[in-house]
Write a protein that binds this ligand. Structure first.
Ligand SMILES: Nc1ncnc2c1ncn2[C@@H]1O[C@H](COP(=O)(O)OP(=O)(O)OP(=O)(O)O)[C@@H](O)[C@H]1O
Length: 819
């Protein structure tokens, strides 16, 4: 039999005491404490400790319940119809009874020494911390107690029990939760995140919509009709560091809108107050806020590791070295259990990549990388299986317990998942119908007369209520009586009408407004005073994670990696080379000895000018509309300057844009036997490059101006057609009122320069007639184009190269960040 390591139990299933011993060892090693990548066991102890601190007053359920009861947190339904005092009045938390199961008390005795050690540690950390408004920070990291909870641990028994439960719980969940944090991480010690207390009072939001006429006979059907739509009606609440707030409600109830408002992503048409440490939203906060949107916005062709590394390089402060930032990304890969897929591409609609759950974890990873003080997540668990969902919420729970403020909207959570949240805000049609402790929600609704008839997942029960659905739910007599009273009023009705969902919702809104809202609002106004230090940190000047040059280089390399598949796209390369081959065959060894031969070759020259005008426009047009979501997401968190992104984006496309025309010209030029001098070949190449870069500029400008592919491609095709027709090949004598189009057309300038390169006036003679050679070019010009010079045309094209790009840049600058 293999010998087990010293200090570890030799039994296959280790006892809780063994684990506790390991835990205590971890905790008491200062080096480990200071590492950013804290161990699972440390997290566990922190969690256990903080849960005691945070929920000292809350019920631990009765001790009569078994540990597995505690783990599962299955809610015991309250007696139907039992009216409890409304939440407005203080609810009594059930106290821990003196009954401790025998096996558990034995275990507690064994663990006494160890638990005492770690509680001493907690006391020490609390004593050494600067306590303000319920927040305290130890050297090891923040230890958080909720607002209003002052005083040290005075119930060690409860604490030990809680730790024991947490260990047991962890033992169960360790199968699910892949939190393999590297203990030997040599990451630099970073400042703990700034604790941010978020308060929102009477938040209202409306949108102004444009209506459509209901009938074409309406006299004002051509006039736009504007109307206001209320989305949120005076929602209030607060959340302190260390807590996790769940936003629940049916689809369309306003959860996403509220989280966007709280995250500072919507600023218009909002009334009420939203404050962060009693300060309004400021740009400085962007770097302290992590925001995980409902849709996973990631680059499909980057791998998991690349995605997190580039984010770390761009978002982490420049005080960290490149190596340290890369290490942090690697650590997040481990924390999120993404090692197995770290080298797999993210994937998207057309390419298979990592799974939906992994993608969601990568999105969360991109936000937790920066160690945000406030973390917002819009439906982080939707579409995931219950185990993955629990894994994610457990991780968020740990993040919150380490001193961050976590706000998450959530759809249909399982009961285990629901109990991970400290606070809950329940929305129904834009109204609050509950705000308070998640664990008190059932009790509150029971107190206003709504209780489930069956044992139910509390989340299902709450969502039913928010939907106004009262199947299997008792309703207050008062509400039932309203339908009876209505029936009596309508003398013809024999039976009372059944309660509609609207009636139920209205009753719940009123109950909340009467019983809870005034008290919560009063609490918000008087809630903890925030120190000047914390206030000023929130309103400090914003800082960029990396220098402009670093941002540019990282984005440049990221752009190359993301589009490497396009560069090597077989279809794109085949398209260009096949076109070149066909042209070469059609114009095989062309000569200009006859007017017809010359005419044919001029046709080829014009085609080259048009091809390298069209092709880049329609490639470049996709650039910004396709990246709009990503750009919005990254700019919303001040990840980089727009100028750095813009420069990187336009330059990272150049290698391919220059490689393809070289191949194209090598084939066409020699097959068609164009002017056989090195200078002519090189100048033709340079002119083609200039044409490509100018037309790309136009594509970028149109794409950035519309940010909509349909509109952009429509405009681009009309513009390109006009430019081509005005290019000087099809029509030479144009009326002055429309002649200006020609001067905007880069086809026209490219064509002119290419003619100048290929032909000299004295070269163009027709020697086919027996009477001798005669000039076919008149007054040194060909088809009205003088064959000397060329600098003027090149200058105009250079102006186009920069002018169109400037237009594109300003269009991006005024683009609203979409949330
Ligand atoms: N800009 C807008 N214009 C028009 N209606 C809007 C706008 N923003 C929000 N709404 C409406 O407000 C309501 C709330 O939308 P929101 O996205 O916040 O709901 P939700 O609770 O997050 O829904 P879901 O769970 O389905 O994501 C919806 O009816 C939505 O159509």
């Amino acid at each position: 039999m293999e010998e087990t390591p010293k200090g570890k139990s030799s039994s296959i299933v280790r006892t809780i005491s063994d684990q506790m011993e390991e835990v205590a060892k971890e905790v008491l090693t200062p080096a480990k404490r200071t590492a950013i990548g804290r161990s699972t066991s440390e997290l566990l102890v922190d969690q256990a400790t903080k849960e005691v601190l945070v929920t000292r007053k809350s019920s631990l359920a009765s001790l009569g319940r078994t540990i597995s009861d505690n783990i599962d947190n299955t809610t015991v339904p309250t007696t139907p119809g039992a009216r409890k005092p409304p939440l407005g009045r203080k609810m009594q938390s059930p106290r821990v009874s003196g009954h401790i199961p025998k096996w558990k008390s034995g275990q507690l005795r064994i663990e006494d020494e160890l638990t005492n050690a770690f509680f001493e540690e907690v006391a020490l950390s609390r004593a050494s911390s600067a306590t303000s408004h319920g927040l305290s920070f130890s050297i090891a990291g923040p230890v958080v107690a909720p607002a209003g909870d002052s005083g040290l641990i005075n119930d060690l028994q409860e604490a030990r029990l809680h730790a024991s439960v947490a260990l047991k719980k962890k033992e169960t969940e360790s199968k699910d939760v892949e939190m393999t944090v590297n203990l030997d991480s040599e990451l630099p010690q970073r400042d703990p995140p700034l604790p941010i207390c978020l308060k929102f009072l009477e938040v209202q939001y409306k949108v102004i919509l444009q209506g459509k006429p209901t009938s074409i006979l309406t006299s004002s059907w051509t006039e736009p009709i504007f109307f206001e739509k209320d989305i949120l009606y005076g929602v209030s609440g607060s959340i302190a560091p260390g807590e996790m707030l769940a936003m629940m409600g049916p689809s369309g109830s306003g959860k996403t809108t509220l989280i966007n408002l709280l995250g500072g992503r919507i600023q218009q048409n909002v009334s009420g107050s939203i404050t962060y440490n009693d300060q309004p939203y400021s740009k400085a906060l962007k770097r302290r806020i992590g925001f995980v949107t409902q849709d996973d916005v990631l680059f499909p062709h980057l791998t998991v590791r690349e995605t997190l590394t580039y984010t770390a390089l761009l978002r982490l402060p420049r005080t960290l070295t490149k190596h340290q930032r890369e290490q942090r990304a690697q650590e997040v890969v481990r924390e999120l259990g993404l090692e197995r897929c770290q080298d797999t591409i993210i994937g998207g609609n057309f390419v298979r990549g990592i799974s939906g759950g992994e993608r969601k974890r990568v999105c969360i990873g991109c936000e937790i990388l920066i160690d945000p003080s406030l973390l917002f997540l819009d439906e982080p668990t939707s579409g995931l299986d219950s185990t993955t969902a629990l894994r994610i919420v457990q991780m968020l729970h740990d993040i919150a317990r380490a001193g961050r403020t976590v706000v998450s909207t959530i759809h249909q959570p399982s009961s285990r998942l629901f109990h991970k949240f400290d606070k809950l805000i329940l929305l129904g049609e834009g109204h609050s119908i509950y705000f308070g402790k998640a664990s008190d929600a059932m009790e509150y609704f029971s107190s206003v007369g709504f209780s489930p008839f069956l044992a139910m997942n509390p989340a299902d029960f709450l969502l039913d209520l928010a939907n106004g659905n009262i199947h299997d739910i008792s309703v207050p007599a008062e509400l039932e009586n309203t339908s009876h009273a209505e029936a009596e009023d309508n003398h013809g009705d024999k039976f009372p009408r059944s309660l509609s969902s609207h009636d139920v919702l209205e009753y719940l809104i009123e109950a909340y407004e009467t019983n809870v809202a005034p008290m919560e609002k009063a609490k918000l106004i008087t809630l903890n005073e925030v120190t000047d230090d914390l206030k000023s940190s929130v309103s400090a000047k914003r800082e960029w994670g990396a220098t402009w040059w670093d941002q540019f280089s990282i984005l440049f390399v990221r752009g190359l990696k993301e589009r490497r598949h396009e560069y090597l796209s077989f279809l794109r390369i085949a398209q260009v080379f096949l076109t070149a081959l066909i042209l070469g065959l059609l114009w095989w060894q062309s000569n200009i000895d006859t007017p017809k031969g010359l005419q044919d070759q001029i046709g080829l020259i014009f085609f080259i000018a048009v091809f390298w005008g069209f092709f880049p426009v329609f490639t470049a047009i996709f650039t910004f509309p396709q990246e709009r979501a990503m750009l919005s997401k990254e700019r919303a968190v001040d990840m980089y300057r727009l100028s750095a992104y813009f420069m990187a984006r336009i330059l990272s496309d150049l290698p391919l844009d220059l490689f393809l025309p070289i191949g194209f010209l090598l084939i066409v030029y020699f097959m068609a036997h164009l002017r056989m001098t090195v200078t002519a070949f090189l100048l033709t190449m340079l002119t083609t490059f200039l044409s490509i870069v100018a037309s790309q500029g136009l594509g970028l400008a149109i794409g950035a101006a519309f940010m909509d592919l349909k509109k952009a491609t429509t405009l681009a095709s009309v513009t390109m057609m006009a430019f081509m027709l005005a290019g000087g090949f099809f029509v030479q004598r144009v009326h002055p009122f429309i002649k200006w189009i020609r001067y905007l057309s880069f086809n026209y300038y490219t064509y002119k320069i290419l003619l100048k390169i290929q032909y000299d006036a004295d070269q163009l003679y027709d020697c086919s007639s027996p009477s001798g050679c005669k000039s076919i070019a008149t007054s040194s010009s060909l088809r009205g184009i003088p064959l000397d010079g060329g600098i003027k045309e090149a200058t105009v094209m250079l102006i186009m190269v920069f002018g169109y790009r400037l237009l594109a840049y300003f269009s991006l600058l005024r683009m609203k960040l979409r949330v």
